[in-house]
Design a protein around this ligand. Sequence first.
Ligand code: MCN
Length: 796
Amino acid sequence: MTTKLFGERVQRREDPRLITGQGRYLDDLGQDALAAAFVRSPHAHARIRDIDVSAAVDVEGLVAVYTWEDLPERVRDPLPLLIPHPALTHGRTAYPLARDIVRHVGEPVVMVVARDRYLAEDAASLITVDYELLKPVVGVEEAAQGVHLVHEDVPGNVGAHMIQEVPSAAGLGAREAIDAAPHTLAFRLDIERSASMPLEGRGVYARWDADDRSLRVYSSTQTSTSVRMAVAAKLGLPLPSVEVIAPDVGGGFGVKIVHPWPEEVLVPWAAMLLGREVKWTEDRREHFVSSAHERGQVQHVRVGFDDEGRVLGLDVTILHDHGAYTPYGIIVPIITSTQLLGPYRIGAYRVEFSSIYTNTVQVTPYRGAGRPQATFCMERTMDKIAAHLGKDRAAVREANFIHPDEFPYDQGLIFQDGRPLIYDSGDYPESLRVLKGLIGWDGFAEQKERAAAEGRRIGIGLGCYVEGTGVGPYEGGHVQVTSDGRVHVSTGLTSQGQGHETVFAQIAATELGVPLDRVSVVTGDTRRFGYAVGTFASRAAVMSGNAIALACRKVREKALGIAADALEADPRDLTIEDGEVRVAGNPGASIPLATVAVLSNPLRYAFDEEAKRATQFSGAASMDRPPVAEGEEPGLEGRDYYSPVRSTFASGMHAAIVETDPETAEIRILRYAVVHDCGRLINPMIVEGQIHGGVAQGVGGALYERMAYDEHGQLLNASFMDFLMPYATEVPLIETAHLETPSPLNPLGIKGAGEAGVIPVSAVIASAIEDAEGIAVDRMPISPSELHDLRSRAGS
Ligand code: MCN
């Protein structure tokens, strides 16, 4: 049996539970709890004149109805602005229940609590709200004109405005560099709004223990420790009196990082007030209109380049549609503007963005978080340069690549965590070489000709990106070996399907030399680990992975010390394999880790049969150990934290071959290839799963998914009947190759992988359609009817 499990294709140990219906999701809990439902605004912009709840109070089974007026201090305050930024001069967050003005369809106005959800919904439907309609502002360009305002006190609807500029080595500003360049191009690129669509929506369930004055909250969240802090602060409870548990979470994809959501404050508050268990689970329409969206951006680009296609100057102006509120700050446009340069060495760069309020659902990060827009921008630029010069698209990218000997590479920008944006490692030329081989880039022209002879249109496209992953400030791990030889690992961040139970067990098993089935992993439970940041920004592997490894190393050192005493050996001669501490070169001398655990806390002898048995072995020379040696703590356990100096940069390149139907303009993806580099792989199979899932979401973003708002701010496709997502039939087989350039920044040499798959897909599909059709594709998503319109305009 091997215990070197780091890097192995270990099957996900959580899957049997999850795919056989044994998962425990939020709505599986609290079957007898009271149910909450919400009256939400049907209007995009309106002033509340009056709320009449009288008809609802007669509903049998109704327990309570709350409007903003009913909420106590702190609970009624606007929700926190989680990531302030100096450029966000006009940050705005919503009240948990609307106070006087609603700013998007779906904003919560009244909370109803009843015996069950049916009754709660019935009662909610009887509540009438008298609204004075205000002019809704929909569409980022219209909003940017500032004629009508989303927030009366935000002139021009501009929440934030920011410019970053990096001059050329010769000191030229980007605009000067462009003007001086041999070739220039200018164009506009649009990406429409989309959103995280986890199968399980949001949800919260709270129990108040009046005797203990303590609150237990279950939330389908990506950040249980932060929800805990937020709930404790809002309800005026000491932190130790609140525990928050994320049970199995059926996907998050970004939307569940917000903390607290209004419901996460209101449901615990109602539970405390009523002294009853209260639960709310989001329905799909609520998810569409009351959670968060992302992606929507208009980007204007000017670029100057030389005869080889090397970019001498790049000037990008971004209009970011931020919806009605900014609970998560301006992280999305900051990421777009700082990670736009991708794997390239760019002469001079200027980026300017304006974050604009509209009367639509607020924006918070969705998997990829601003990078799909950034990559669309940079990669369309590369394709346009190639087309202008009549050069191979891959060759133009090669001409601009940062080379392996240039790392660490400083792009001169300030990253979203306020630190300089410095790439730590990578091998972009090699990635491209592998990708070209995988997709058959060089032989494609002939393939295309043969297809054309058969009346078929096919095209090939590619896209490259980098992704800052493993952002700080910290994450921790706790590891305990018990007297049965089992290893219990816990970390505070949560899991939504990423396979953490498997990978963290792989790390612990490798570090401690125990079989995998002896390791159990708990995430997202503040009872087990209270200090954490959360799962987002592809950070769990880097952050908790390294923290767990460091905690394991502490435990290992302690175990070796105890075993060395027992075996009368030098700790340096000891190894741990298959759960046994062995003396190198002396096969007879060993001691089970279980026994070491007992020796670390000998008081257990009295109570624990397992511990007694464990010590009745012959390997130890001496069992006489003081219960706790001087300077030691009892128990074979350790805790450690990992805090990075800065983010580590994963990278990747994708290519696709598409076919477009000359008659129907249907777009089919024939092949899809990925080369991905996330440093040392903990589990290649899980990383592939992450990439495949990401590509599937990217295909949605490229071809299907968009939030269709009308001019009144009504979302016309707020259901799975109308919001198109790719089925398995639309997601191609994904051919994947890994490159491993270890990160020098963390002990395990790893980089993140969770968002990578989605980032370049729109750029890649656009590139391939453009190649098939010979017409520019400058907006995403693109439907067959839009392709048809493009053809008509181009006369092809
Ligand atoms: N991994 C690995 N080796 C590496 C890097 C990662 O084996 N060198 C593994 C990790 O151990 C982990 C997985 O790959 O099991 C993803 O790791 P990481 O990149 O650290 O990402 P996180 O675990 O922090 O997950 C967050 C990321 C994000 S930001 C979104 S959004 C997203 C995603 O993960 N949401 C998901 N993948 C998702 N997958 C599912 N099923 N559901 C979601 O909601």
